[in-house]
Design a protein around this ligand. Sequence first.
Ligand SMILES: [Zn+2]
Length: 241
Amino acid sequence: MYEKQIEQLIILQQVDDEILILRDEIEKAPLELADLEAQMREFDERRVQIDERMEILKDQKKKLGVEIEEDAGKIKKSKNKLMLVGNTKEYHAMMREMDSLEKLNRMREEEQIAVKEEVVRQQDATAALNEEMSGVQEQYDALKTTLDERLAEANKKLESLDRKRKKACKVVPPPILGRYEFIRERMENPVIVPVTSGVCHGCHIMIPPQAYNDLQKGKQILSCPNCQRLIYWKREDEGEE
Ligand SMILES: [Zn+2]
C-alpha cells in the first residue's frame, strides 16, 4: 500500500513536471507570433510615411513644372516685344524683368533636380522595405503553420497527461494528495524526493535519526522536517534517480 502510494506520487510528480513544461510552451508560443506581427505593423507605418512623402514630392514636381512653363512663356513674350520697344529706359526695364524671371527658373530647375534625387531615395527605401517585409512575412507564415501544429500536439499530450494524473490521484489518499498540492503551490520543484544515507534530496540536509528510522520502516508517508517536501527512503545501491 505504502509503496504503491509512493510510486504513484512519483508518477504524479513526473506528470506535473511535463504539464508545467507544456503549459509554458503553449503560453509562450503565441508571443513569438505577436513579436513578428508588431514588426509588420511597424513596416506598415514606415510604408505610410514613404507614401506621404512621395505624394508631397509629386505635388512639388508638378508645381515647379507649371511655374517654369508659365515664366518661360512670359520670357518668350517679352523677347518678342523687345524688338518693338522704342526707348532705352523701357528696354532696360524689360531686360531686368526677363533676367529675374530666368534666374527664378534656374532656381526652380535646381529644385527639380533635388526633388528627383529625393524621389530616387524614397524608391530605394521602398525597395528595401519590401524586401524586409517579405522576409518577415515568410517567417510569420512558417511560424503560424508550425505553431498551430505544435499547439494541437501539446494540447493532445496535455489531455493524456491529465488522464494519467487522475489515475495516479485515485491511488494516493486525499490528505497526502492535499499535502502534495500544498507543497507544489508553494515550493520549487520537486515535491517528492528520495532520502539516501539520511540526506533529503530536496534540501540536501540530514534528517534526524528518528525520522530516518521511521522512513525506513515504510509505514506512512513522511515530510522532510527541514523543507517539508514529501520523502521516501531509497537504498544507496539503487543509485541516484
Ligand atoms: Zn528536505
